[in-house]
Design a protein around this ligand. Structure first.
Ligand SMILES: NC(=O)c1ccc[n+]([C@@H]2O[C@H](COP(=O)([O-])OP(=O)(O)OC[C@H]3O[C@@H](n4cnc5c(N)ncnc54)[C@H](OP(=O)(O)O)[C@@H]3O)[C@@H](O)[C@H]2O)c1
Length: 395
C-alpha cells in the first residue's frame, strides 16, 4: 500500500520513525507499506536514519492528485485545512488515517457520510487516548455489549497539572507555566485546561459506545482552572484525589455526558492515574467493567496507534462500515440543568440554604467548602446566584 503522510510534527515524525524502523516486522505481519510522500512545510527536522528524503514534499496537493497513493495520513491538526484535505482525499477514493479528535468530534456527519459514500476506510484510533487502544475495542472486542457507561481521564495535560500540584504542593499557575516550558502543555493551553479537548474525546467515545451522533457543543464542560492547592489538600485528607473526569452514561432515553473536575475516592483505580497517563473505564452489560490504561499522548505512543490504523488499511480491512457510528440518529443529551449529583462547592461566604443540604462543611481562610448531598445542578446554581464559586463533582 502506498501512503502519503501530511504533517511531520510530533506525531508525524513518530509515525515515520516506526514505519522506517519496523518496515521488515510490519511486512512479516502482512503489511507492505511504502511511504510515497512525506509532506511538511519545514524540511529542517531530525528524520530517522534510513528515511528516504527524496519522498519529502511541501505541497500536500501532490499527494491528493497522485492516483497511486492509496492512503493519506493526516497529522497537521486543526479543523479547517485538515477537513479540506480529508474530504478531498475521500473524494479521490483514498483511505484516511487521522489522529484529529477535534475534526471527528465536530464534523462526524460530513466526514463519515462522504467516506461511506465513497467506500473508503477512515480510521482514527489515535484521536482518543493516544497509544491506548480504545476505539477498536469499543467497536470490535466489546461489540456484544450494551455499553452502560464510560468514565475516564483523557487529557494528559490536566492530569499532569493536578498530579504536580498535589505532589509538590504547588498552585495551578506555577505548574501550568512549568508545563508550558517543558512542552507538556501547548503554547495556548486553553483547549486542555478548559476541558474542551476532553469534551472532543468523550464525544467520540460516547458516539461509538451508544451508536448515535453526539453534538459536542451540548456536552457539560468544565475545566480545572479554578482548582486550588487547598482543594487538593482538603480532598486528600478526606480520602479523595481530584481528577478531570470525562463521563458518559445511558439515562433512559437520553445520554448524560460531562467533563468535570471530580473528587475521586482513593479506592477507585482512576484516582491512581498520575501525570500524563490516561485511563478509560468502559462498563458493558455482559463484560462488566474493563479498564484501558497507558500513555494518552506523546510522539511514540500516539504514533503506535496511527501505525496500527495504517496497517489495518494495508491489510485491506473488510469491516470498514463498523468504524462509523450511526450518523442517522442524533443522541439526545441530558441538558446541563438536568444533571444532579453530590458537589464540592467552594465559595467566599456562608449560604444557609447550602448548609441544609450539605453533609460536611469546612472553612479555609475566608472561604467555605460545602459537601452537598445529591442535588440538581440547576438548583445548586440558583442557590449560589451571582456569587463567585468553584464547583467539583463528588464521585
Ligand atoms: N501530540 C500528541 O501527543 C497527540 C496525541 C493524540 C493526537 N494528536 C493529534 O495529532 C495531530 C497532530 O498533532 P502534533 O502534536 O503532531 O502536531 P504538530 O506537532 O503541530 O505537527 C503538525 C505538523 O503539520 C505541519 N503542517 C501544518 N500545516 C501544513 C501544511 N499545509 N502542509 C504540510 N504540513 C503542515 C506543521 O508544520 P509547521 O510546524 O511548520 O506549521 C507541523 O510540522 C493533531 O490532530 C493532534 O490533535 C496529537
Amino acid at each position: 500500500m502506498k501512503i502519503g503522510i501530511i504533517g511531520l510534527g510530533t506525531v508525524g515524525l513518530g509515525v515515520l520513525e516506526i514505519l522506517v524502523n519496523e518496515s521488515k516486522n510490519l511486512k512479516a505481519k502482512g503489511a507492505d507499506i511504502e511511504i510515497k510522500y512525506a509532506c511538511d512545510l519545514d524540511h529542517d527536522k531530525v528524520f530517522p536514519n534510513n528515511f528516504d528524503k527524496t519522498t519529502l514534499i511541501k505541497n500536500y496537493e501532490t499527494i491528493l492528485n497522485d492516483p497511486d497513493v492509496d492512503t493519506i495520513v493526516e497529522l497537521i491538526g486543526g479543523d479547517n485545512l485538515a477537513k479540506k484535505i480529508i474530504l478531498e482525499a475521500i473524494d479521490k477514493g483514498k483511505n484516511v488515517i487521522t489522529a484529529n479528535k477535534a475534526l471527528i468530534a465536530k464534523h462526524p456527519k460530513e466526514i463519515f457520510s462522504r467516506a461511506i459514500e465513497k467506500d473508503v476506510n477512515l480510521f482514527y484510533e489515535a484521536s482518543v487516548g493516544g497509544g491506548i487502544p480504545i476505539i477498536a475495542p469499543l467497536l470490535e472486542n466489546l461489540v456484544a455489549n450494551n455499553i452502560l457507561g464510560i468514565r475516564g481521564i483523557i487529557n494528559g495535560t490536566c492530569n499532569y497539572i493536578l498530579s504536580e500540584m498535589s505532589h509538590n504542593d504547588l498552585e495551578f499557575d506555577t505548574v501550568l507555566n512549568d508545563a508550558m516550558e517543558k512542552g507538556y502543555a501547548e503554547a495556548d493551553p486553553s483547549f486542555d485546561i478548559e476541558g474542551i479537548d476532553a469534551a472532543h474525546k468523550i464525544c467520540i467515545l460516547a458516539s461509538l459506545a451508544f451508536n448515535k451522533t453526539v453534538d459536542v457543543k451540548k456536552i457539560l464542560t468544565n475545566g480545572i482552572t479554578k482548582i486550588k492547592l487547598s482543594d487538593l489538600k482538603l480532598a486528600e485528607s478526606l480520602g479523595y484525589s481530584i481528577k478531570l473526569i470525562a463521563a458518559a452514561s445511558q439515562n433512559n432515553n437520553s445520554i448524560s455526558i460531562s467533563v468535570e473536575p471530580t473528587l475521586v475516592n482513593k479506592k477507585d483505580l482512576l484516582s491512581n492515574v498520575e501525570g500524563v497517563f490516561n485511563a478509560v473505564e468502559v462498563e458493558g452489560d455482559y463484560v462488566g467493567k474493563t479498564l484501558f490504561y497507558g500513555r494518552g499522548a506523546g510522539k511514540e505512543a500516539t504514533a503506535s496507534a496511527v501505525v496500527a490504523d495504517i496497517v489495518k488499511a494495508a491489510l485491506k480491512c473488510t469491516y470498514k462500515d463498523r468504524h462509523y457510528f450511526n450518523i442517522e440518529e442524533d443522541a439526545i443529551l441530558l441538558g446541563e440543568n438536568e444533571f444532579s449529583g453530590k458537589y464540592y462547592v467552594r465559595v467566599g461566604k456562608t449560604f444557609p440554604e447550602l448548609e441544609k443540604i450539605s453533609y460536611q462543611i469546612e472553612q479555609i481562610a475566608e472561604e467555605y467548602i460545602y459537601f452537598t448531598n445529591t442535588i440538581k445542578l440547576k438548583e445548586l446554581k440558583n442557590i449560589l446566584g451571582n456569587e463567585e464559586y468553584s464547583l467539583l463533582r463528588i464521585n
